[in-house]
Write a protein that binds this ligand. Structure first.
Ligand code: DX5
Ligand code: ZN
Length: 224
């Protein structure tokens, strides 16, 4: 199946994270964010090993694929992305992000993801140093900076790891998206955008509100 591409770098995108959505009504939740004209949806995959929580896997993504034309931005918080990336892409993921902490050399997996038609990204935990990914940024379509410890929604934003964004932007230039994940809301958005982030993952600050569309627009306004 033809893959959807990430929106052009430089345009600010809100990527709602379904982690805080109502899992019993996922298609309704996707419909609402489509009505807000978002271009991508952030899918958090947790395996109970890399993080102490378990969420969704390829069967759920495969079913959701039939209901949405949003870019499926798939965040693999799993210990073995080399083993599972292909299954997620075949299920409908358009973009695969995996963590630098679980691979020795990410290049073969980035190449494999590209050969399967998807875009690829690397993610780093709050305590992981920028140096761990610096030499690989040029191979990626998007870099994901965690501003909470991965595993759960609705945690407080950590300002310290966000500082990496500025240096990543220096290395990446304008052609790579920089996504930030954890504690993003209208208050924390201006800071990360001024550092160079253009992709804002937000879970609880969207799905924690009754009016999801207004919540998305509030983040957009804060990014201006
Ligand atoms: C956490 C996930 C996030 C999570 C963010 O491990 O990677 O995508 O949904 O949740 P909020 O936006 O509530 O901090
Ligand atoms: Zn995430």
């Amino acid at each position: 199946m033809e893959k959807l591409r990430l929106p052009k770098p430089g345009t600010i995108q809100v990527a709602p994270s379904l982690l805080s959505a109502d899992f019993a009504r996922l298609t309704d939740e996707i419909k609402v964010i489509e009505d807000a004209d978002v271009k991508m949806v952030h899918l958090d995959v947790m395996d109970g090993h890399f993080v102490p929580n378990i969420t969704i896997g390829p069967p759920v993504i495969e079913k959701l694929r039939k209901y949405s034309k949003l870019v499926f931005d798939t965040h693999l918080m799993i210990t073995d992305p080399e083993k599972y990336a292909e299954t997620f892409i075949k299920a409908g993921a358009d973009h695969i992000t995996f963590h630098i902490e679980v691979v020795d050399n990410p290049i073969p997996l980035i190449e494999k993801i590209h050969s399967l038609g998807a875009t690829a990204g690397l993610c780093l935990n709050p305590e992981t140093k920028l140096e761990a990914i610096a030499q690989y940024i040029k191979y990626c379509d998007m870099i994901l900076v965690m501003t909470v410890h991965p595993g759960f929604g609705a945690q407080d934003f950590m300002p310290e790891p966000a500082k990496k964004i500025e240096r990543i932007r220096d290395i990446a230039g304008a052609d790579v998206r920089i996504e930030v994940d954890g504690g993003i809301n209208p208050q924390t958005t201006p800071g990360v955008v001024s550092l160079g982030a253009d992709t804002l993952v937000a879970g609880s600050s969207i799905f924690g509100w009754k009016d999801r569309i207004a919540a998305i627009n509030n983040i957009r306004k804060a990014a201006e």
